[in-house]
Design a protein around this ligand. Structure first.
Ligand code: GLC
Length: 607
């Protein structure tokens, strides 16, 4: 995203009197510009626990959460014994530069390293507390220093993970057994002042420029032993020593509470749902565990991780993907393979990710994939359509954009040969080539000579050729709007319980006069009290007497009986000419008996 664009946005927000929240992030946005533009980074979980690979004295890591870096805590290992794991490290083989080289190959722009994880062991030559790699390992390597040098050499930024809240080494720190035995505020502060603060000082003084500090307290300070004053002390130290270093919200302060927190960390592997005006990030794993875990085989596919980057970019977010090297420094080939595939994809399609960001249409609007946007250096405004499933019909529709594109081409096509398109009022049909340009996710560039104008309230044309009218895309609701979330593994779809007369409206753009079939899916369980649903559009009305839909079995042999959601054919509606139409649905339950509405499907009847 260009600086100018961001400045314009900020001015607009000011002019329009945007909420204080958006305004308050202005400094943060400025400092975090590199982070927002870079979009993709590497997380490295590597430490003493890597020597165990998730096993201790023949026993697997306890607890189903299976995060191998928690081994010491889970399997109740004493500190001295824990450090015997260092004997498994092959110091001749370990080369942090290789991790950085892989990050670079993967198209990642920064590397965040677990300098001190919850076990409290420092992976740099710390002068604080004698519990560090410089004092406890044979060759006394300062892995952080080596990593910092490699990052500098290869042009990546260095981030530091530092576990501030939890530390299993210091006798007065937080360890979850304190939930039983407690700890006084004074004792905890002793840990803070004699370990956290001096170690952070070392990290911010001796290792060159630090791009970000990644703290890891996934709760607000008010629910923990850590005080806001301690967090402010820590943050001030960072600002004093390295004013450009970013700080994440797992410091224990939310972006809402403190507008000086630079970016929000979502929960582990949680992808973004909404566009946000401040920087945010998902930290994710390639398999399940963060640290190397011998039993882990839950490898995510390359395309699902590419979708994660695209999803987050399309909502102005960032994605940091983790590797857990082994105690000889090796990275599992399943990880390497995926990272290299992602790098190859970014090499071709990076324009749609780096420096690109959210566009003004809702996340789920198009069912063929997601959209990212940028203003290019040569003044064009590009939408990047990330097509997750190349359509059999070889056609997709981009709905909701009034501006006519100047040209359309595949990002993977070096010659940028034009893809034929047809734009009418607010829809563009693209005639895609038969062969998808990319094996994973193909990106189609739709170019405009100005920022495209949107019609935000439209329901889009589905890739299968119809309009899906849902509680999530209606434009008005006079009645219950609460969406009962998806349940029982999706056998109960999202729906709205309608118990009194209610009216819902959607807006569509119909491209040509024609006859459209109307189907509606609902569940109704109260025999004898059937109500009515009517659909009105284009001066016509179709009435439907609700039919009890009965029950169904969600999963065989598991006593899993659920209300049936069934599609009923309501009839057809004639649209006399092309144009915008409102589709209105009136639901009239009888005796307050719930009609559970799921969707309306509108599809042209082809001769
Ligand atoms: C959790 C875990 C930790 C891991 C982190 C990564 O907070 O405690 O082991 O480092 O998530 O996001």
């Amino acid at each position: 995203m260009t600086k100018m664009f961001r400045t314009i946005c900020l001015c607009l927000t000011l002019l329009l009197g945007g909420n204080q929240y958006a305004l308050s992030q202005a400094n943060t946005n400025e400092r975090a510009e590199w982070f927002t533009d870079d979009r993709f980074g590497m997380f490295i979980h590597w430490g003493v626990y890597s020597g165990a690979e998730g096993f201790w004295k023949g026993e697997k890591l306890r607890h189903g959460n299976d995060y191998s870096e928690w081994l010491q805590y889970r399997n109740r290992i004493d500190g001295d014994e824990y450090l015997t794991l260092l004997d498994k490290f092959d110091w001749d083989a370990i080369d942090p530069e290789e991790w950085v080289i892989l990050a670079k190959k993967a198209g990642m722009k920064y590397v965040t390293f677990t300098a001190k994880h919850h076990d409290g062991f420092a992976l740099w030559d710390s002068k604080v507390r004698n519990y560090d790699i410089g004092n406890k390992s044979g060759p006394k390597r300062d892995i952080l220093k080596e990593l910092a040098a490699a990052c500098k050499k290869h042009g990546l930024k260095l981030g530091i993970y530092y576990s501030h809240w939890i530390d299993w080494e210091h006798p007065n720190s937080w360890d979850h057994t304190r939930e039983v035995y407690g700890i006084s505020a004074e004792d905890y502060d002793q840990y803070w002042q004699e370990k956290v603060i001096p170690q952070m000082r070392e990290l911010l003084t001796d290792y060159g420029p630090i791009g970000l500090i990644w703290f890891d307290m996934w709760k607000n300070h008010s629910e923990t032993v850590v005080t806001k004053a301690q967090l402010m002390q820590l943050k001030s130290l960072i600002r004093e020593l390295q004013p450009d270093t970013l700080v994440n919200s797992r410091l224990g302060l939310s972006v809402e509470e403190d507008n000086d927190v630079d970016f929000q960390s979502l929960q582990d592997n949680e992808l973004g749902q909404f566009k946000k005006d401040y920087p945010w990030q998902t930290a994710g794993t390639i398999s399940h565990s963060w640290g190397y875990f011998a039993k882990d085989t839950d490898w995510k596919s390359t395309s699902s991780m590419l979708r994660a980057i695209i999803n987050n970019t399309s909502l102005n977010g960032n994605y940091m993907l983790n590797i857990g090297p082994r105690a000889n420094g090796d990275i599992h080939p399943e990880m390497t393979k995926r990272l290299e595939e992602m790098g190859a994809w970014l090499n071709v399609n990076g324009e749609a990710i780096y420096g690109s960001g959210a566009f003004d249409l809702p996340k789920e609007m198009h069912d063929w994939g997601q959209i990212t946007y940028r203003e290019t250096d040569n003044g064009t405004h590009n939408l990047y359509l990330h097509i997750y499933n190349w359509p059999l019909s070889k056609e997709i529709t981009l709905s909701g954009i009034k501006t006519k594109p100047t040209r359309v081409y595949a990002l993977a096509d070096k010659s940028q040969s034009s893809i034929p398109f047809n734009h009418q009022e607010v829809v563009a049909h693209l005639d895609l080539p038969a062969q998808q340009p990319d094996d994973f996710i193909s990106v189609i560039v739709v170019e405009y000579d100005k920022k495209p104008d949107v019609a935000v309230d439209l329901a889009a044309m589905s890739v299968t050729g119809g309009y899906s009218l849902l509680p999530s895309n209606w434009i008005s609701a006079d009645g219950n709007q609460e969406i009962v979330p998806i349940a029982r593994f999706g056998t109960i779809p999202p729906h709205v319980d309608v118990t009194s007369n209610s009216t819902y409206k959607w807006k569509v753009y119909i491209e040509a006069a024609g006859s459209y079939q109307v189907d509606t899916s609902y569940s109704f369980q109260e025999e004898g009290d059937e109500g009515r649903i009517s659909i009105k559009a284009s001066n016509a009305s179709i009435n439907h007497d609700v039919i009890p839909t009965g029950k169904t079995v969600g999963e065989p042999d598991e006593d899993w009986v659920i209300d049936n959601y069934h599609s009923s054919r309501f009839g057809t509606i004639e649209f006399p000419k092309a144009g915008y139409y409102e589709i209105e649905m009136n639901v009239e339950p009888k005796n307050s008996k719930a009609i559970k509405f799921q969707w309306v499907w509108l599809q042209e009847v082809k001769e």
